[in-house]
Design a protein. Sequence first.
Length: 153
Amino acid sequence: MGNRAVITLESHTGEKHPVALYVHWHGGLESTLAFMEYTWATFGRGRGDIYTFHARLCQVIGNLFCDGLSLYGYPFHEADGVAEGCDNGRFHFVVGPKGISLPGREDEVASARVHEYWTREHPIQATLAEAMPKRLDYQSVGGTAPAGVVPVS
């Protein structure tokens, strides 16, 4: 058994990402909302591009659940069918340069933000940050570190 959900993404301009994500563990809104908000907050480049955002979201979830058994992709048109077998159904998020939203489910979002995962001493956002790779050698990939970030050697 899991705590399953399907996550689908749409850009603020109405473009739907063609791949729906199936999450086997931590599929409740309290977790999926944290995945989405962490991705949005830590990856500014993807805010205007649903494809880049989707890739980063997969990385965030995959880094948390590195067993390889927790994240799957399905064609968007199969999302509702896959979601029927999930504990939490489907979450369809809209992503844009000003934030993310879950249209028609705003009350559920407010409730998710007061869940224990968000309010405990070590919240889920801290757990996500700890799961991310620690070696950030920006120069090796031709980039520069963001202000205040010192590359680890």
